[in-house]
Design a protein around this ligand. Structure first.
Ligand SMILES: *[C@@H]1O[C@H](CO)[C@@H](O)[C@H](O)[C@H]1NC(C)=O
Ligand SMILES: *[C@@H]1O[C@H](CO)[C@@H](O)[C@H](O)[C@H]1NC(C)=O
Ligand SMILES: *[C@@H]1O[C@H](CO)[C@@H](O)[C@H](O)[C@H]1NC(C)=O
Ligand SMILES: *[C@@H]1O[C@H](CO)[C@@H](O)[C@H](O)[C@H]1NC(C)=O
Length: 323
């Protein structure tokens, strides 16, 4: 091989590598007051945002992320980000890992297991460094809330696990964390109660896409059922094609409940009980004894399981009627 061919080959490989890296690289999208106005940076350069006016240090920072097949303009991201922007009390960002979480392989199962899940694990470990970089540039991790739907609950969990206690983010909210490839796995390979100072989980699809294992300091079990299929109220129980609206109805309810907790504060509260059977058996008084508000990240909350009933459609919360 002569020198010029070698140079061309090297250039080609460099190009291919850069190209692959960039197109699949996760990004952080920092919103400036609306869904359409944002600055998007690769995660390795995210700290640059602190040289601009995006960050208001007197506010909490919310970083949301989507699950498998999620998109920055998909329903979950649009609804959650819009809700936090409208709420107006937080610096709002999205961890956009669209390509890494996509249907990259021929089937749902192989795309999930052989592409999105390994990518989620790697991204989680890297995101710990991203947070450290951002923290060094000015981000107050004690006021940072990571909110992950489905697979992203584990991305954030794994990031938190890679950070030393005391330097972790204040809070992770896991919205129906994925079951497959994470349930019954060692704690450090998934979201767990020690992934952040406070970890709260909203379980809405325990018989299908979401885990039925408690993974938070506080775990909410809205409309829990002991036996059989545990669909959320208003979701059709008949079998439906994988990932159709109907199929995802219960899995999506987790973020819909979180949004309602912002829009209708205090309407979604859970009552603490050792387990569902105990709660079922509680008197009204006992149900009101220890309660906690869904969506809050209060570190003083009593650890454990919280149960509640919701409406079929928004507004979902029933206040004390749901206990
Ligand atoms: C942290 O920042 C340095 C440069 O400031 C960069 O090289 C590194 O890739 C960043 N790490 C991550 C995970 O973003
Ligand atoms: C920063 O946030 C605080 C609290 O929400 C608000 O009062 C203040 O006006 C904000 N500052 C700027 C420059 O927007
Ligand atoms: C649930 O989420 C998926 C993907 O994010 C979306 O395509 C679908 O429209 C949502 N379904 C409902 C019932 O909100
Ligand atoms: C249910 O309540 C009854 C009466 O208060 C009590 O005897 C029983 O042990 C309770 N069962 C459970 C599962 O807590």
């Amino acid at each position: 091989m002569n020198a010029s061919v070698l140079v061309l080959l090297v250039l080609f490989l460099v190009f291919v590598n850069c190209h692959e890296d960039k197109s699949n690289e996760a990004k952080l999208r920092f919103y400036h007051g609306s869904m359409e106005e944002y600055t998007e940076l690769y995660i390795y350069e995210a700290q640059k945002i602190f040289s601009g006016s995006w960050y208001n240090s007197s506010r909490n920072t919310v970083i949301f992320s989507h699950g498998f097949t999620g998109r920055p303009n998909g329903p979950a991201v649009t609804a959650v980000i819009t809700a936090y922007i409208q709420d107006g009390n937080s610096n709002v960002a999205l961890l956009n890992w669209q390509e890494l979480a996509s249907m990259a392989l021929p089937s749902f199962a192989s795309s999930y297991l052989n592409w999105a899940v390994p990518n989620a694990r790697k991204l989680g470990v890297r995101f710990a460094d991203t947070l450290a970089n951002m923290s060094a540039a000015g981000l107050d991790l004690k006021k940072t809330h990571l909110i992950g739907h489905s697979l992203a609950a584990h991305v954030f969990g794994i990031a938190g696990n890679a950070m030393s206690q005391g330097k972790q983010p204040a809070c992770i909210i896991g919205l129906d964390p994925s079951k497959v490839a994470f349930e019954n796995k060692p704690a450090k390979l998934r979201l767990n109660p020690d992934s952040a100072s406070m970890v709260t989980v909203i379980h809405t699809d325990i018989t299908k896409y979401g885990t039925s294992e408690p993974m938070g300091k506080v775990d909410f079990w809205p409309n829990f059922r002991h036996m059989g299929q545990a669909n959320q109220p208003g979701c059709d129980r008949r079998p439906s094609p994988t990932f159709s609206m109907q199929d995802l109805c219960s899995h999506n309810r987790s973020w819909q409940l979180l949004i309602d907790s912002l829009k209708h504060p205090g309407t979604l509260i859970g009552s603490k009980a050792k387990n569902y059977r105990t709660w079922k058996n509680y008197s009204q008084e006992e149900r009101k004894a220890v309660t906690f508000t869904l969506g809050k990240c209060d570190i003083t909350a009593e650890r454990g399981n919280y149960y509640l009933l919701t409406n079929e459609e928004p507004p979902y919360g029933r206040g004390e009627q749901g206990l």
